[in-house]
Write a protein of this length. Structure first.
Length: 289
């Protein structure tokens, strides 16, 4: 009688080679997933930084240019605009020098940092009742407002304060920080030296001789992205540290910038602001001083 073999019921496990291969495949897949995650995090942080930088640019440019365009506006045209421009070497030493007076209600001024460059300016205007100062306050009809802008380089904040009323009538309000992460601001003036109602040369405030030739103000800024990519933050650590750059704002060279490299995004922005109220006045009063 022929005997039959029973089928074996022994289950054979994975060998060492198969196990190592499986682990290698799993590690490869996990590494791929990590790369996708890391790339998404990096892209998200970069987008946050770019959005923060764009927001800073938009806010700073809008505030500065809107206020500068109001320089020299007169609601009462019989007011004497003879002192439309003046230069303040250092308004921190003499803040009252900015103020408009009853006989000289309108002006535009700059002041120099110590040392240079000039990183502040002021504008005055006589309100039509609907105009706002740099702090967003509506100035009553016929009242002169003086707005003083400056960059606080220690906190990197663009700040402004207002004086509503002629000198001796009102009082300076406190500085209000309006834009963060503004690392530098430089201003200079556009001059009409040929009496053509257009700018033919730009000059540093200290080089202006005839202030009645001013027709525009040019503002240069260096801005950073700020908190969206903290140099020492958990999320910010995924951004690489770029090499320091060099920036040229109207002949003032900032290099290396920043002096200590970090992960912030930066950009230099320049805006020209035509002083249309000033242009209009001198167009109709060629001999005005």
């Amino acid at each position: 009688m022929t005997s039959r073999r029973r089928p074996s019921t022994t289950i054979r496990g994975l060998g060492l080679v198969e196990l190592l291969i499986a682990l290698a495949i799993a590690a490869f897949l996990l590494w791929g997933l990590f790369e996708i995650y890391y790339s998404n995090v990096l892209g998200s942080v970069a987008q946050q930084a770019e959005a923060a930088l764009d927001d800073n640019i938009r806010t700073a440019v809008t505030l500065l240019t809107t206020d500068a365009r109001q320089a020299g506006y007169r609601a009462v045209l019989t007011e004497d605009p003879s002192q439309i421009f003046t230069q303040i070497p250092d308004n921190e030493a003499d803040p009252t020098a900015f103020l408009a007076t009853g006989s000289h209600p309108i002006m535009l001024a700059t002041w120099h940092g110590n040392p240079s460059p000039p990183y502040g300016f002021a504008v005055s205007f006589q309100s039509n009742g609907q105009m706002e100062n740099c702090l967003g306050q509506t100035v009553p009809y016929g009242i002169v407002d003086t707005d003083e802008w400056k960059l606080d380089t220690s906190t990197e904040q663009l700040m402004c304060r207002s004086y509503v009323g002629a000198s001796g009538i009102g009082s300076w309000q406190s500085y209000e920080p309006l834009v963060n992460n503004v690392e530098m601001m430089v201003v200079r003036f556009g001059l009409d030296t040929q009496n053509t109602d257009s700018v033919d040369v730009y000059a540093d405030p200290g080089a202006v001789v005839q202030w009645n030739q001013i027709r525009a103000i040019q503002i240069g800024l260096i801005l950073a992205s700020g908190d969206a990519a903290q140099p020492d933050g958990t999320i910010g650590d995924v951004l690489t540290i770029p090499a320091s750059a060099s920036y040229d704002l109207f002949g003032y060279i900032f290099s290396p910038w920043p002096q200590v490299p970090d992960r912030y995004l930066r950009v230099a922005v320049v805006r020209d602001v035509a002083l249309r109220n000033i242009v209009s006045y001198y167009r109709h009063n060629p001999g005005g001083q």
